[in-house]
Design a protein around this ligand. Structure first.
Ligand code: UD1
Length: 423
């Protein structure tokens, strides 16, 4: 893996087209396990996380092909239902194959995800939900084994609207023939709605996604399925923030504007002009941003996956901003790196206070997770001078053709390959 060399400051302008959503692709690829026929997914982004999910399906002996944004997935009669640690460690969303595998083949064993740089991310809601639906769960030697005993119709109330738990339990319930499962306090994210659309194409009776109550009547029909993945709202939001933060003017194309209403509101309050079309949004920013007070909450609130990027923008605001993180309370690893570029940020509990400075200065910095690394890229475009961003492998987990897309907007960015890392 190499590093990014970025020369700033630049004013990003022009247009950029967003790819398919990573966070919709992953649960839908996992849900393909419950299909009895071929599944064809379109608009799938070519990302490290998507390749990991493909590797998981291949490891359980499913026949998967992925080329030019199209993934074809065929069922298997000869499954291997043990998913090893080296795959789950790469990506937490891998855990979401446990329920679908266990319901389809009677039992499954998946490694327990470990620590994560953006904070504590347990899977207790997933496990409690599976138990309620009639699975026997054993946790041993770092693995979770699920066996289907007697499928039950139940109401599951999630303690928090977890996206992963909602999707995992929805998919598992979808395959539980003859049951009716209700998920209350469900996540309302657009990716959950996309999963519902996919499950409906499999013949499952499911309704309520996009609200906090989802009802699933289990039962999959024997039919081939074709599905288009929704556009990536987080990728779209990252480009929108980058354009605003560099005081540029540009158009994001191929997105669903209403998926990002909390962001448009924030950017307008910061002084940007936002023009929404049917599937595009034009952003124009003429001056340094005005300060903001942002509460990061589950959808439809301001997304945690755009928190580091908006913080990068606010480092040069004309005044003091605050960001309170309610989803992942310790998701602030980017703060120390932004400080190395001249930002003035203090963290108390789960709140960041950002004292705007006139400008940032380029520096060598290190990416710690996917969105934190995206924030550093934005900061490097804003900063005076040269920045080196190390550990950019994080960014390839979630952004397709990121170097080309930023270069097309006028970003001076180069990916420098290194053979060996010396730390
Ligand atoms: C998903 C997204 C991720 C995003 C996050 C929040 C995917 C592949 N990833 O992650 O990009 O940042 O939603 O929008 O879609 N929790 C528990 N117990 C559980 C599950 C969750 O306590 O069993 C807590 C978490 O620690 C966190 C909160 O619930 O505080 C929300 O997490 P969750 O929505 O589950 O995040 P993910 O699905 O992992």
């Amino acid at each position: 893996m190499g590093f990014f060399l970025i020369e700033g400051p630049v004013t990003l302008s022009g247009s950029v087209r967003v790819s398919g959503a990573k966070n919709a692709s992953l649960p839908i690829i996992a849900a393909s396990i419950i299909s009895n026929k071929r599944v064809v997914l379109q608009n799938v982004p070519d990302l490290l996380d998507v390749r990991t999910m493909k590797e998981i399906l291949s490891s359980i002996n499913m026949d998967v092909h992925f080329k030019n944004g199209i993934m074809e997935i065929n069922p298997t009669n000869n499954p291997n239902t043990d998913v090893p640690y080296h795959l789950v460690r790469k990506m937490r969303a891998s855990f979401n194959v446990l329920g679908p595998l266990a319901v389809k083949f009677g039992r499954a064993k998946v490694a327990l995800p470990g620590g994560c740089s953006i904070g504590v991310r347990p899977v207790n809601f997933h496990i409690e939900g599976l138990k309620k639906m009639g699975f026997e769960i054993r946790i041993e030697h770092g693995f979770v084994e699920a066996r289907l005993k007697k499928p039950k119709s139940v109401v599951i109330t999630l303690p928090k609207p977890s996206v992963g738990a909602t999707e995992h339990l929805m998919t598992t319930a979808a395959a539980l023939e003859g049951t009716e499962v209700v998920i209350e306090n469900a996540a309302m994210e657009p990716e959950v709605v996309d999963l519902q659309d996919f499950l409906r194409k499999l013949g499952v009776k499911v309704e309520g996604a996009g609200t906090s109550k989802i009802c699933i009547q289990g039962g999959v029909k024997d039919s081939e399925v074709k599905h288009d993945i929704i556009p990536d709202r987080i990728e779209a939001g990252t480009f929108a923030i980058a354009i605003a933060a560099t005081m540029g003017e540009g158009t994001i194309e191929g997105l669903i504007p209403d998926h990002l209403n909390s962001l448009w509101e924030a950017l307008e309050s910061a002084g940007a002009e936002i023009e929404k079309g049917e599937d595009k949004v034009k952003i124009s920013m003429k001056d340094r941003p005005m300060p903001l007070n942002i509460n990061v909450t589950p959808y439809p609130g301001f997304p945690t996956d755009l928190q580091p990027q908006i913080m990068a923008m606010l480092t040069i605001a004309k005044g003091t901003s605050s960001i309170k993180e309610h989803v992942f309370q310790s998701r602030f690893l980017h703060v120390d790196e932004l400080k190395r570029m001249g930002a003035n940020i203090e963290i108390t509990d789960a709140t960041a206070i950002i004292e705007g400075v006139e400008s940032l200065s380029g520096a060598p910095v290190t990416g710690t997770d996917l969105r934190a690394t995206a924030a550093l890229v934005i900061a490097a475009f804003m900063a005076k001078g040269r920045s080196e961003i190390h550990h950019v492998e994080h960014i390839f987990r979630g952004y397709e053709n990121i170097v080309e897309k930023f270069a097309n907007l006028g970003g001076k960015i180069e990916y420098v390959e290194v053979k060996e890392y010396v730390e």
